[in-house]
Design a protein around this ligand. Structure first.
Ligand code: DLL
Length: 435
């Protein structure tokens, strides 16, 4: 296994030292927030906690949890912990409903964020000799700016493509010999599809690795992308509220993402009781930013359902690993009383030989929930006469019922009839919420 680190002394720091560092930073951060964010001070006062009660990470659970509702309540400046004149940047969430979250950065916040992204690039083998094509959206979304900054720090030649214009993406990969592609997994799958149509074989392109995140994707989708693009595909995780991409990233081992624990303390809680759960339990991921100056959120509930593990990693990094988020607690669909995650549907489709082009439609008829899944056929599947469409649909419905515990209706649709995504894919249309 390659052992490449951007900041080896931090990334491989002995656990006891790492936790001592977290404790020291946490104590300072709580004081900073208490003194500068009246909203959170009130929350602490109501809970009867003072900064003096926090001596280290063992006291973290005493602090109040905050959520997106608190961020909406304090919009736009209420969580800011430094004078506005000390901020140099904002980024914002891609959410379409309600008030957007605005995250603020001091120059130091930007530096640390970009370092996190640089760690992710180095972990996939990136060096200054690489050409890094950033096809995440630029602008308010954190994907483009984050990976762009990380790529600069590593010294890669950075191609600030932004998302979209797929033909041009492929032209740049070809002409400028891009070696690392950064974009959402659904966009990577689409780029692979268009390359295939153009007759470019996976082994013919210059790409060697991809850094894909910002939306849920399954192991099956990873294998699919690795095959179509002829690369190793790595996961990266983050959210605007905690800076953006680079909160956690995958290493060569591809068995979960190391959380940058020198900057973020991760906890898993029971989303209903809010109780902290032990390592290895499945629950809601909560982050505390211990270095952020401008927008330092303490115990922020991400809504992402996840699991943490601290087994020795062959890459030598000591930082705790998070699994692929299993979905968001607010994205989970409850259909006829059964919890259904889009990732389960994706797994069945890819295992059945279908491309990850699908759409999930949930509705209600005669007081009963309905689940319809539109799945695109590939041109080869459309031509294949060994199975009828009805037979294919039936087979998928049986496999879905086994995976989900409820039976959906599967509709196979013509190649290219489902809109492709250049950013975060919209997989679910829940009409029950629209009525
Ligand atoms: O998506 C930041 C990002 C950009 C991450 C580029 C990775 C790469 P938001 O738009 O605020 O920020 O959305 C954050 O996206 O709470 C998760 O639900 C989801 N998400 C992010 N990364 C992953 C991932 C960016 N690797 C929300 N797997 C998070 C699954 C992810 N879900």
């Amino acid at each position: 296994m390659q052992k490449n680190y951007y900041q080896p002394e931090i990334e491989t720091m002995e656990l006891s030292k790492l936790q001592a560092l977290q404790s020291e930073k946490l104590v300072k951060q709580v004081k900073h927030v208490y003194e500068n964010v009246p909203y959170y001070r009130d929350m602490m006062d109501k809970k009867g906690v003072k900064p003096e009660d926090i001596h280290g990470i063992e006291d973290l659970h005493k602090l109040p949890l905050i959520s997106k509702t608190d961020l909406r309540e304090t919009y736009p400046y209420g969580m800011l912990a430094v004078p506005l004149e000390d901020c140099v940047r904002i980024q914002s969430t891609s959410g379409t409903t309600g008030k957007r979250v605005i995250a603020y950065y001091t120059q130091n916040d930007v530096e640390l964020w970009e370092e996190c992204c640089a760690r992710a690039i180095v972990a996939v083998g990136g060096t200054k000799k690489d050409v890094c094509q950033v096809a995440y959206g630029y602008g308010l979304f954190t994907g483009g700016p984050g990976l762009n900054g990380g790529s600069h720090k590593v010294g890669c030649l950075t191609l600030p493509m932004s998302s979209g214009n797929t033909e041009r993406q492929i032209q740049f990969i070809t002409d400028l010999k891009a070696t690392i592609l950064c974009c959402t997994p659904s966009y990577a799958a689409y780029i692979g599809e268009v390359m295939k149509e153009q007759g470019i074989k996976p082994e013919e392109n210059s790409l060697k690795a991809g850094i894909f995140g910002a939306e849920p994707w399954t192991e099956e989708m990873r294998r699919d992308i690795e095959k179509t693009l002829g690369i190793k595909a790595y996961d990266i995780y983050g959210l605007t509220e905690t800076s953006g991409p680079g909160v956690a990233f995958e290493c060569e081992a591809q068995t979960g993402m190391h959380i940058n624990e020198d900057h973020f303390i991760a906890e898993i809680i029971d989303p209903d009781t809010e109780e902290v759960l032990p390592l290895g339990s499945v629950g809601e991921l909560v982050f505390t930013s211990i270095d952020k100056e401008a927008f330092p959120l303490l115990r922020y509930r991400t809504r992402d359902i996840c699991k943490l593990t601290r087994e020795a990693c062959p890459c030598g990094r000591t930082h705790v690993k998070m699994c692929k988020p299993m979905g968001r607690s607010d994205d989970m669909m409850i259909i006829r009383g059964v919890n259904v995650f889009p990732s389960q549907i994706e797994t069945v489709l890819i295992n059945g030989g279908y491309a990850p082009n699908y759409q999930i439609l949930v509705d209600r008829a005669n007081n009963t929930d309905t689940l319809d899944i539109n799945v695109e056929l590939s041109p080869e599947q459309e031509k294949d006469t060994t199975k009828t469409v009805a037979q294919r649909e039936k087979a998928l419905e049986t496999a879905m019922r086994a995976m989900l515990g409820i039976g959906p209706k599967v509709h196979l649709v013509a190649p290219k009839s489902i809109a492709r995504s250049e950013g975060k894919a919209v997989r679910v249309i829940d009409k029950r919420k629209l009525h």
